[in-house]
Design a protein around this ligand. Sequence first.
Ligand code: SF4
Length: 493
Amino acid sequence: MSTFLGLPTAPRGVGHLHQEVPFPAAARQALSNGQLRRNLRKATSTIRDKRAAVVSELPDWEELRAAGRAIKARTMADLGGYLTQLEAAVQERGGTVHWARDASEANQIVARLVREAGSPEVVKVKSLATDEIGLNDALAAAGITAHETDLAELIVQLGRDRPSHILVPAIHRNRAEIRDIFSREMADVDPGLSDEPAALAEAARRYLRRKFLTATVAISGANFAVAETGTLCVVESEGNGRMCLTLPRTLITVMGIEKVIPSWTDLGVFLQLLPRSSTGERMNPYTSMWTGVTPGDGPQAFHLVLLDNGRTAALADPAGREALHCIRCSACLNVCPVYERTGGHAYGSVYPGPIGAVLSPQLTGIAHNASLPYASTLCGACYDACPVKIDIPSLLVHLRARHVEEDIRERRVPSPEAITMAAASWVMANPARYAAAQAASRSGRLLRRRGRISALPPPLSAWTTARDAPVPPRQTFRQWWRTQHPDNPVGRP
Ligand code: SF4
């Protein structure tokens, strides 16, 4: 086993996890796209309604959530132990395990394995881990063509686009846009292709079937890996995964190390939580499981690549590590008012939405994704929806505090925010100063227009460029108290 589970030397994550444009600027651009907002509203509200209906069928839903949370916490407490157990079980059943510290190591391993298998192309079943490490680009650089086979991933790939949702990567595209992409990119497609879902699915099916029947190597992700038996599990809805996992001679699975779970009993809990939370189904149409290699049946070579890429660095933070409990259901995205308006591209990482806002900064180091922990209203909807009860709002606050602390340590000159907070602390530490500040703030009433203050002078204008400021009340609390309690005007006990 590799030594990278030694936490002090764990590398930070690299790959498609960084924001090139900070969230506020990217979000502003996304908000100006009306079509994007309509697509997102329709898609997220449909998935939300389906999820609510199937969740309400289970009287023990809250107990299941608590069980999922407990299993994940137990696994993280001994992640190295469970991974070692998984490695031994996979090898015992004929598979080979590879350990990758970061994106570049994982890409090199996979490219080498494909070359050794003698194949110039591979089929892929949707895998966020391979999106995270930029595997398709790395394979292309090595002269290997990767074909995405999940319908939404295929739309993204043919459109030379980026995924914008964990589960529905092309959620930002509507039917007409998809028809245009297929007409442009698929050879032999019907020139009169309509934008009816059945016609689009048929075009994709014909295109993909040729790939499935000729590819000799497949690459997958994994939803879960059972340590006790070495069994891998992928859930999906289209059957493309089943094709990839059974037809080619060689199967390579790239899996984040946090996907391991201890036992089959634990898998039973997650197979109830995941489909209901992701697609709003009681179970996924395809649940595929395999253990090593079975002679004469399915792939005859199986490689499991265990990917760190910043995960052990996240594990080292006792509070932040909760983000590693995520089972990538996307329920938090579908209920998030920020995600619903900006879409996934604004987050700049393959992990968008609330979970991306807490996971990406931990994988890369907060400095590389500093604006993401602020991309939230802290309304708490994500916490309520999460099937493994990840307290995302508390994690966001935790990461904001870490960001402020790191920022203070690195700056020579205090930030405007730090100066403002120091001034507020000085005022609030003294009753006379506080009363004087309250009196002064009431003059702000002069700036109100139609019951709101929408423009303040600098430096407070930084606040009002994007939002209104509250109008100070006519009376302070102290003044009100004195009118109500003339016999005890200073509130003595
Ligand atoms: S944080 Fe929770 S709700 Fe969001 S994707 Fe992960 S498991 Fe699902």
